[in-house]
Design a protein around this ligand. Structure first.
Ligand SMILES: [Zn+2]
Length: 433
């Protein structure tokens, strides 16, 4: 066995702290009206298929219709074959190989795979995959399903399966509320009737405090999907002026959409307001940067460089920067190198680009202190994908460190210790678990 193989073998025995998931908050609430393609194509790989030419109406058929699994397969097959070597595609093939004993997803195996998959809808699959197969001690969980109008997000987070998950509190609706439904949820959660900008600020503060009290001292902002990461310093007067427009649609009947468009000044003010609380309480803030899930967005909105003013202004907030900022991972390298309050989070990155993840790790060994990198976060809606992703992550860490062994920078024993830091010790410390 050469050094790389030996290291690889060792890394596959290590426990993991998983920095980011979107899984159902408990196995019991998992969607059971499903099949393997509906679940596996709920996000990520469906985007590669659509990018490759899968018509969106055929995709809708896969998600919405109850038709034989082979008929669904025939719709995706040509696009699957040209996409299967992407990180998203590899993640699925690895999962079915190791969880179902099926060498690859294809026309010959799809029915057998679906039968095996349907059996996993019985209780116990989450624990088996996450604990036994992935060796994940805890996953940080984002609960942000918005369809149930009157189900407060805080309640859902608190009631997640605490043996598997640590809840993360999403601050998006406090910065960028999108409708009166959001405002009314915040009213209910805080118990404060929102009649003015002052009451709104009280409600926001009460919600952040309550999330922290309930054990969710990690906040998350993923608004780079809908606006720039550049949060300028706005005045209270500008924010209040923006807020007053919220009431423009309050009288719309409830069966009508009651949308809200908040001004940038309002959003900027609100994020600074939350960061001020986070700074005082020394909280961790996870921020989405880089590639946006979906089939087309303004990539430039997500460049982590735009966050620099926040790193400077709030030195007691730990900024955990998601997705290696891909494709801005070199920008993130410099930010993490220079700022004591910036850490690198590789969640999602090993399936977005296995190669970029390996190359970035090689570069960070040369540039960034090793205690500032967390090497795995699944960022998945379905549990089988977490298995495939952690497999790729372990492999990427092994590849990068093996190159450094070859260069003579350290020996295999040291490489093993570094791998343990990246996968376990660092996230455990950064997220105070
Ligand atoms: Zn995510």
């Amino acid at each position: 066995m050469n050094a790389c193989e030996e290291l690889n073998k060792y890394i596959f025995t290590l426990p993991i702290i998983d920095t980011h998931e979107h899984l159902p908050s408990m196995e019991e609430v998992r969607d059971r009206d499903t099949d393997v393609l509906k679940e596996y194509l709920s996000h990520y790989y469906n985007r590669d298929l659509i990018s490759a030419g899968l018509p969106t109406r055929d995709y809708q058929t896969i998600i919405e219709k109850k038709i034989p699994i082979l008929e669904k397969w025939n719709l995706v097959e040509p696009y699957w074959q040209v996409s299967r070597y992407t990180g998203y595609g590899r993640c699925l093939d690895i999962a079915v190989r190791d969880l179902y004993g099926i060498s690859e997803i294809c026309g010959k195996t799809i029915e057998r795979l679906n039968e095996g998959f349907l059996k996993t809808l019985n209780p116990g699959h989450f624990r088996r995959v996450l604990k036994e197969r992935c060796r994940i001690e805890k996953s940080l969980l984002c609960v942000e399903t918005l369809e149930e109008e009157y189900d407060p997000l805080i309640e859902r987070s608190i009631h997640c399966d605490r043996e598997l998950f640590v809840p993360v509190y999403i601050v998006n609706p406090l910065i960028h509320p999108e409708s009166w439904t959001d405002i009314e949820r915040i009213e209910r959660e805080s118990g404060i009737r929102i009649t003015s900008f002052s009451r709104w600020l009280e409600a926001v503060e009460a919600n952040v405090n309550r999330a922290v009290q309930e054990g969710s001292s990690i906040l998350k902002n993923s608004l780079a999907y809908v606006r720039s990461l550049h949060y300028e310093r706005a005045t209270r007067a500008e924010a209040e002026e923006g807020f007053n427009r919220v009431f423009d649609t309050k009288y719309f009947p409830v069966w009508h959409q009651r949308p809200i468009i908040t001004s940038k000044a309002f959003q900027d003010y609100m994020f600074h307001f939350i960061l001020d609380i986070a700074n005082e309480k020394q909280l961790v803030l996870q921020i989405h940067t880089g590639i946006q899930e979906g089939n087309g967005n303004h990539l430039a909105n997500s460049n982590p460089e735009a966050l620099t003013n926040l790193f400077i202004r709030y030195p007691d907030v730990e900024f955990d920067i998601f997705h290696i900022g891909y494709p801005y991972e070199h920008v993130l390298t410099v930010l993490a190198k220079n700022f004591p309050n910036v850490t690198i989070d590789m969640c999602w990155s090993h399936i977005v680009s296995p190669n970029a993840s390996v190359q970035a790790l090689i570069e960070w060994v040369d540039t960034v202190p090793l205690n500032k990198i967390s090497a795995f976060g699944g960022d998945l809606l379905f549990v089988d994908g977490v298995y495939g992703h952690q497999y790729l992550a372990r492999q990427d860490v092994a590849k990068a460190l093996a190159q450094k062994i070859d260069e003579g920078l350290f020996d295999i024993e040291k490489a093993g210790k570094i791998a343990n830091m990246l996968l376990y010790d660092n996230p455990k410390r950064i997220f105070r678990l």
